[in-house]
Design a binder for this molecule. Structure first.
Ligand code: MN3
Length: 225
């Protein structure tokens, strides 16, 4: 298996959870209680974010692909990586809702309380690229503040033994550039407004307490095999 194939496979399995036997996108379960991340992220935000926002991306992706069974049968990471192959009339809908589905499917899996710091190979990569766990967390927070409007902050393996922090606007995904992120931080207002209103800095300061570093460490091992 080539490195590129390995990355795509991990993205397909770990991030997307599409059922192999159906071309339709489905909403993955949250996997834990909506109040599991309190007090950092409140239960009502988690419920609305998962049950309403993510569900809408799934529904609208299925709607966009309804007349295109061949596209709908593709793994989502491949669909997003090859947006130029998507017919122009539905391309934007696939980009926004397919991106939203992929980004949130990964997002839920990467959240947990008390799962840090990073372990093993990921810990070494963080030390190499950022100088340590707390320096990385500071960089994630400051990068989140630079995004104008809605978007994401991503921690992404750099293809070697290091990491990069990148951002994307709206629901654009690193998968659109053939990159598999370890995790993303959602800085759309829907991710924090009920509890933090306009105080994105407070949300980001809280967010670093709910990154599931065990999951990220394991995912980094799989991606960099
Ligand atoms: Mn969101």
């Amino acid at each position: 298996m080539t490195r590129r194939t390995a990355i795509a496979t991990v993205a397909s399995i770990a991030a997307l959870q599409l059922k192999a036997d159906t071309p339709a996108a489905t909403l993955p379960p949250l996997g834990y209680a909506t109040d599991a991340l309190e007090p950092f992220i409140d239960a009502q935000t988690m419920e609305i974010h998962h049950d309403k926002h993510h569900k809408a991306y799934v529904n609208n992706l299925n709607k966009a692909l309804a007349g295109n069974p061949e596209l709908a049968a593709k793994p989502l990471d491949q669909l997003l990586k090859n947006l130029a192959d998507v017919p122009e009339p539905i391309r934007n809908a696939v980009r926004n809702n397919g991106g939203g589905h992929a980004n949130h499917s990964l997002f839920w899996q990467t959240l947990a309380k008390g799962k840090g710091p990073a372990k093993g190979k990921l810990r070494a990569a963080i030390n190499k690229s950022f100088g340590g766990q707390s320096a990385l967390e500071d960089k994630l927070k400051s990068t989140g503040l630079t995004i104008f409007g809605s978007g994401w902050v991503w921690l992404i393996p750099d293809g070697g033994d290091g990491l990069t922090i990148e951002t994307s606007p709206n629901q654009d995904s690193p998968l659109m550039r053939g990159r598999a992120p370890l995790f993303g931080i959602d800085v759309w207002e829907h991710a924090y407004y009920l509890k933090y209103q306009n105080r994105r800095a407070d949300y980001l300061a809280a967010f670093v307490n709910v990154i599931n570093w065990d999951f990220a460490s394991q995912r980094f091992e799989e991606i960099s095999k």
